[in-house]
Design a protein around this ligand. Sequence first.
Ligand code: F6P
Length: 563
Amino acid sequence: MSAAAMLAGHLNPATSSAWQALLRHADRQKETGFRVAGAFALDPERASRFSIDAAGLTLDYSKQRIDTQTMQLLLALAAERNVAGRRDAMFAGEKVNTTEHRAVLHVALREPAVGARQHIVDGVDVVPAVHAELARMRAFSEQVRAGAWRGRTGQAITDVVNIGIGGSDLGPQMVCEALRRDIHPRLRTHFVSNVDGGDLDRVLAGLNAATTLFIVSSKTFTTQETIMNARRAREWFLASGAQQADVGQHFVAVTTNLPAAGAFGIASTNCFRFWDWVGGRYSLWSAVGLSVMIAIGGDAFAELLAGAHAMDEHFVTAPLASNMPCVLALVGIWNGNFLGASSLCVAPYAQDLRRLPAYLQQLEMESNGKSVALDGTPLATTSGSAIWGEPGSNGQHAYFQLLHQGTGLMAVDFIASLALTGTSPEHHRVLLANCFAQSEALMCGKSADTVRAEMRATGMAEAEIEALVPHRTFTGNRPSNTILLPELSPCSLGALIALYEHKVFVQGVIWGINSFDQWGVELGKQLAKTIDTELAAGAVTGVHDASTQALMQRAIAAMADRR
Ligand code: F6P
């Protein structure tokens, strides 16, 4: 597909006839006072009609403010926006990242070696190179896990520290937490990302340099935070009595920039590579997952890839009406663009998935936080969504109040595992009860009459009842999805992550934006360099607004006091 064909008809979704029809449909829903709870009463098939099973996962989207017509209109929008064509272009290795002239082929990273689809970049199938690198990762991981890869004093590695940020941190960290029960008993994994020196201090404080392996993970190998942390980790290592020649036993790199890793002092034999067609926030499946593979082993890592691949296959082959990522994307568009939902709360009912919302923040907000279409013209619609959340049931005792009774509309994705996530069946039963109760409460709400009747039954005085009724009423009709995993395993986690990756892609196509660049992070990086030069010199010499100047002067004064 040529760039022109890719752009054609994909600039401003608001002008499409399907978009206009959806606007009218949303108005009608408002006028008629559509209630999801009422729709369930009228349609005994609703729960199964609006549920999809794929790649081992179940998506129940029946508690969304939708009816059959809503879905038909949303699917018409997907057809008008050529979602299927754009998906196929991505899988075929077209340079769909138009501002960086790059293919987007994270799906090739989880393509099996045997019976694989080809993924062609510039005329070459990349799948063999993917498997060659996976084999190198596996050989190295097995050595570390078996205790055969030894530190400078001959001891086995006990601690693995991944130094990286953004996509070179959030994915592996989230997966290592999620699968912590599968981690090799001798090994501990740690993640250092923040340029706040306290982050590295905290991790190093408990470590023995002689048994620690550092993985410096950076696609570009130029990211300030990562390079600073890696340098200081190396200083700490050398200060333990190690020699420069010992660095090779304790530092490896994961990067697309082998020369920069070499300049840092990591030999190419200690470098694991990936490619420019892997976006940072889509890189978990590449060598960026090395810390994961060391932690859980090559076989479990292969299951993670297999789970993601199963979702890829579903995404490419299932009709859009029963295509889980597509439907998840469309209900998100419905909530955000037509019902005015201001954000998406991701509430995993699994403590081990506590880093999932942070991971999805980068995936969704860095991908779709754009305000111009592919051709650079301003978008006429809202794009992207604020993603946030904490594990349930904790969240119920913190932010759920706003979800239930706040003035604004927020959508929620509940995520739960049917198999135990701990050792106690009772805890797990109560966990699931809370998860299901929250989506039921958000949807059904509680009417003033019910509230009155409940209070009357306690013998409360009428005057007090009337004073309390508005406070104790729940409007309900608040949209949520529930995603069920059979278990929190590498395979279902892989499928879950791939589900969200493809959802983000579909939404980007609907909005007509490039989901694969991130120019919005550049300005702050540039300004930080200038400001840091001035802070280091102890004088504000550049032109800054009065606020920035005053803040810098306070920081300079504090630094002078420390001297
Ligand atoms: O600054 C944003 C970003 O480029 C992310 O997209 C990326 O995941 C992160 O920084 C880290 O980049 P790198 O892996 O090149 O260090």
